[in-house]
Design a protein around this ligand. Structure first.
Ligand code: SF4
Length: 344
């Protein structure tokens, strides 16, 4: 992807939650980059820091969480902004960790240049406002247009995401729509200002298989058309294989492996990635062969193991090494990295 301009660099990001029970290190030194137009898959079990990483980028980490260290460098493309959102701005570099999370700069970026689609639309769509008024609000916040123009843009973007009868749907409430239509409405809202980066956090997990396939196809088409980057967060490796070319695998707030999809599926290096792959159904697997599950569970977040955080669950654990030292992320072949003592 290095032939494309950089869009976002996450460097040594730490996000912690300070609770009465103790401190949760939700993101623990994550490092990765995204290029313009790239689709990056982010995989891992629940509680491994995927969603908190996304929320850190948008600066919407809920209290009592906060970013404690690291950088999130946004390489703002030219023409994205300018006074009054007129799109005349020059390219610039912004460290989002230094930005006031309620200030005008992040508000000009969030929802317009970097937007997010969540797993359950009902948690982010207001039940008491029509779909159209919510999309119009996003448009009016970031563009200097009249109400009539914003309404027309809302209808156009609903049409664009394949919403049936967009002129009628624009005046309907979220509870009047099916799950698939609600997710299309959320995507329409996220795309209404043509973002440079769309963060999709498990966007199809709550949908049936047919609707999931339609939404994934829609996102692929829109990406080709709009040229935006997508950060696709999921625990579903099948979705990753369909949607992305580059993948990072996260475990307990750290990136433990990164590479392209082929390397990860056919030559996974980290024992955690290997275990994730053994736990998914495959064509060709003998019908009576049982799927493997990863032994143990994600450790208590207040009590993270010493050394490699995966060591209590790892089948290749080396006593005296893995429980003592946290391995660095090392290049195991060109562009393919793993955080494991097997390669140090
Ligand atoms: Fe397993 Fe050791 Fe590698 Fe951790 S460092 S994944 S415990 S082999």
């Amino acid at each position: 992807m290095t032939d494309r301009p950089l869009l976002l660099e996450v460097k040594n990001l730490h996000t912690k939650f300070f609770l009465d029970e103790g401190t949760v290190h939700a993101v623990d030194g994550a490092d990765f980059s995204l290029y313009r137009g790239q689709t990056l898959g982010v995989v891992g079990e629940s509680g491994c820091g995927k969603s908190v990483t996304a929320r850190s980028i948008l600066r919407i980490v809920p209290r009592p969480g906060r970013i404690t260290d690291g950088q999130i460098v946004y390489h703002r493309p030219p023409g994205r902004h300018g006074s009054n959102g007129n799109g005349n701005g020059a390219a610039e570099t912004i460290d989002l960790t230094n930005v006031d999370e309620r200030g005008p700069l992040i508000r000009s970026i969030r929802g317009a240049e970097i937007s997010m689609v969540f797993q359950e639309p009902m948690t982010s769509l207001s039940p008491v406002h029509t779909v159209g008024s919510q999309i119009m609000e996003a448009i009016l916040l970031h563009q200097e247009v009249s109400n009539e123009e914003a309404r027309q843009q809302a209808i156009d973007v609903l049409d664009h995401v394949g919403m049936p009868q967009p002129r009628r749907t624009v005046d309907r409430y979220p509870h009047e729509l099916s799950g698939g239509m609600r997710q299309r409405a959320m995507i329409a809202m996220a795309l209404s200002c043509r973002p440079s980066l769309l963060i999709a956090d498990e966007p199809t997990t709550a949908l049936d298989v047919t609707t999931e396939a339609q939404i994934l196809q829609l996102m692929r088409n829109l990406q080709d058309e709009l040229g935006m980057a997508i950060m696709f967060i999921t625990h579903n490796l099948g979705v990753i294989a369909q949607m992305t070319r580059d993948v990072i695998v996260m475990y307990l707030g750290k990136v433990v492996e990164s590479g392209n999809v082929d390397e990860l599926f056919y030559d996974a290096k980290h024992p955690y990635t290997q275990a994730l792959l053994r736990s998914i159904p495959r064509v060709g697997r003998k019908s009576r062969q049982r799927l493997e599950s990863i032994s143990g569970t994600v450790p208590d977040p207040y009590n993270v193991p010493t050394g490699c955080p995966f060591h209590p669950r790892c089948t290749q654990f080396m006593k005296g090494v893995c429980d003592q030292q946290d391995p660095p992320l090392l290049e195991v072949s060109e562009g393919h990295h793993a955080r494991c003592h097997l390669y140090t």
